[in-house]
Design a protein around this ligand. Structure first.
Ligand code: FES
Length: 109
């Protein structure tokens, strides 16, 4: 995490786990939310807005702003700040609007 960030990780020792974000392996600690783990790994953009494609990342970290939406294990529009990271989870950034029906995302990047 950049030194100018206002966010700091708690120093406590917790177990390690890993998941992928857009195919990149992300290390996390047990109890981390997906958003917290991504921020700790230096990821700032989790989605792009449907209309202007403006980049967005976690803002409130408490389930209010919906800026942290991602796809987790094939489920789109998940608030990453409200989901605890788990080992082997597959997380993808949200690009534009949520897909419906057979348009669900794939692992093809
Ligand atoms: S960061 Fe605001 S809802 Fe997740």
């Amino acid at each position: 995490m950049p030194s100018d960030s206002r966010f700091r990780r708690l120093p406590e020792e917790r177990g390690e786990l890993s998941f992928t974000f857009d195919g990149q392996t992300i290390s996390a600690r047990e109890g981390d939310s997906v958003a917290a783990a991504l921020m700790a790994a230096g990821v700032r953009v989790l989605r792009n807005t449907p209309v202007s494609r403006a980049p967005r990342g976690p803002y409130c970290l408490m389930g209010v702003c919906f800026e942290c939406l991602v796809e987790i294990d094939g489920v789109q529009n998940v608030q990453s700040c409200m989901v605890e990271a788990s080992d082997g989870m597959r997380v993808r950034s949200m690009r534009g609007a949520r897909c419906v029906g057979n348009e669900q995302g794939s692992d093809d990047e």
